[in-house]
Design a protein around this ligand. Structure first.
Ligand code: AMP
Length: 536
């Protein structure tokens, strides 16, 4: 027997309608390339997004086409998030920090027909155009237009603000596209449906998730060019929470100006951004009024325990950890402290929050070792697999089919333990795990322990081939100024916390740890440098 309820399609159009009718007064503050703040509302967003949709239609961009964006966290990017799907097309966010060759490859793979680029990125745009011919090039902002390009405002001016260009009733249609950051191998395309984005947006608003509500003012530091700024540009217009978009200025000074000036209540970013902010706050502990800020979300890489503790103890700021992946819209789990832990000793509560937490509703988890699924004992390591309506079922073009299991789960490539309550702890990436004498050593655990030492600014641990043990750990360490421990002294400091066979055989002192375009450690560069080299 079927239920007798209406089938309302879960589409981004429904979010935009709500933003316009119910949340019209919700503010959108956007920092331009000249650092000025532009103030508008969700009431302004909807007609401009529809104008963009109509403008794209009038240019001849067909339904289903991919429209690339090359922009910062700015209001025009928000308009494209809704305007491109309102045309029935797919908004494909490009990461300007990738090389033009990589971007050209991605744009060609996605078969992008058009591109909308910010004027501050015209040089990058032109270099991508040398690799990929776009039928339409639209440039946002002032300045001379490159050959063959039209101005964004001109594209909008011709569009009809009233008419939705396509009837949006197919919630399974593609709305957005983002390529994985590809720390190894070629990036792969993740094609989000309207439905997955709407469900994800609602999930973020849940109280035990990000808990975003109308009274919030949200500053996504996480870029809109990577996994939809973790979904916040969909959750905020849906709930009515105000949005503060920082443009391309992500230094602590600029962020503090917005956090304080706009009385931001919720912000989200990767650990490196918050480490830089922490350093700044430590220098000027009482100079900034952050009393409105109720939560700083950290994700994208593991949040060091010291970071969570330092913000809380020294500055009274609450840090919440989220884990996710491009393939998951992206949020998969949240490290929120459960009720049962409320009265636990401070150190235990902190240790719990430094883990990646329980899966969000509708996401199922399991972990697999070579011998089968691992028990949820909080000890046994296995590769995490996930399933749910916000998880990719395949990559675009059928790439990476081996990441999807025959029974419909996605293999994350993250090595985890799962405790009896379903709390995940990421111990490594599959490719970074050190397999020594048939046992697994977590590079992440060693890195965290090293980075907790006062002498160490950053540390990355890699596997190097070993004739006897198959692989052994090597630690690359960036020292803080004024410190000069020997490799043996560092090993001694780790000795109490790990079995002796976990300790790195070699320690190399380096100037910096190379990073990917999304700010994660790029260990492949270190492996190339050290793995074939016997060292000193
Ligand atoms: P991306 O698809 O570029 O967002 O990268 C996803 C990967 O980043 C995950 O598979 C994890 O390895 C890593 N990651 C994301 N969030 C966290 C976190 N909170 N802790 C540890 N690793 C994380």
């Amino acid at each position: 027997m079927q239920g007798l309820m209406m089938h309302g399609a879960l589409t981004l159009g429904a979010i935009l309608d709500r933003a316009e009718r119910i949340n019209a007064r919700g503010a959108v503050v956007s920092r331009g390339s000249d650092r000025s703040l532009h103030r508008s509302t969700y009431g302004d967003l909807a007609p401009r997004a529809r104008r963009l949709a109509a403008g794209l239609r009038d240019l001849g961009v067909p339904e289903g086409a991919r429209v690339a964006t090359l922009m910062w966290n700015q209001r025009e990017h928000l308009e494209a998030y809704y305007g491109v799907p309102a045309r029935g097309a797919v908004v494909h966010t490009l990461n300007p920090r990738l090389s033009p060759a990589e971007l050209g490859h991605i744009a060609a793979h996605a078969e992008d027909e058009a591109i909308i680029a910010d004027a501050s990125l015209v040089e990058v745009l032109q270099r991508i155009r040398a690799e990929r011919e776009f039928r339409h090039v639209i440039v946002v902002g002032d300045g001379d237009l490159p050959p063959g390009a039209i101005a964004y405002e001109e594209a909008l001016a011709t569009g009809d603000p009233g008419l939705p260009p396509v009837a949006q009733d197919d919630e399974l249609a593609a709305a957005a596209l983002c390529y994985t950051s590809g720390t190894t191998g070629h990036p792969k395309g993740v094609l989000y449906s309207h439905r997955s984005l709407v469900l994800h947006a609602m999930g973020l608003a849940m109280a035990d998730s990000f808990g975003i509500r109308e009274a919030d003012t949200v500053l996504p530091v996480v870029p809109m060019f990577h996994v939809n700024a973790w979904g916040l540009p969909f959750t905020c217009p849906m709930t009515g929470a105000q949005l503060v978009l920082p443009g391309r200025f992500l230094d602590p000074e600029s962020l503090l100006e917005l956090l304080v000036g706009e009385r931001v209540t919720f912000t989200a970013g990767v650990p490196t951004v918050w480490l830089a902010l922490l350093e700044r706050l430590d220098q000027e502990p009482d100079a900034h009024d952050l009393s409105a800020l109720r939560c700083m979300l950290v994700g994208g890489s593991a949040a060091p325990k010291g970071l969570i503790e330092a913000f809380e103890r020294r500055h009274g700021l609450h840090v919440l950890q989220g884990w996710g992946m491009t393939e998951m819209c992206p949020v998969g789990s949240i490290g929120r402290l459960p009720r049962a832990m409320a009265d636990a000793p401070a150190e235990e509560r902190l240790a719990y929050r430094a883990r990646q937490g329980q899966p969000v509703p509708l996401v199922e988890i399991r972990a697999r070792h070579e011998d089968g699924f691992v028990p949820w004992d909080g000890v046994t390591m296995g590769e995490l697999e996930v399933r749910g309506p916000t998880v990719a079922a395949a990559y675009m073009g059928g790439d990476g089919a081996d990441r999807f299991t025959a029974d419909g789960w996605f293999r994350t490539g993250d090595i985890v333990t799962i405790d009896p309550t379903g709390c995940i702890e990421i111990t490594d990436r599959e490719k970074d795990l050190i397999k020594s004498g048939g046992e697994w050593i977590s590079s992440v655990a060693l890195e965290n322990a090293l980075m907790a030492l006062p002498a160490v600014a950053e540390a990355a641990v890699i596997a190097i081939p070993d004739p006897k043990w198959q692989e052994r750990p090597l630690a690359c360490v960036v020292l803080r100024p004024g410190h000069g421990p020997t490799p043996d002294e560092l090993r001694e400091r780790l000795a109490g916390a790990f079995p002796s066979w976990w300790l790195p055989d070699r320690v190399e002192f380096v100037e910096e740890i190379p990073r990917t375009a999304t700010g994660k450690f790029k260990k492949s560069v270190l492996r190339d440098r050290f793995a074939g080299n016997p060292g000193t």
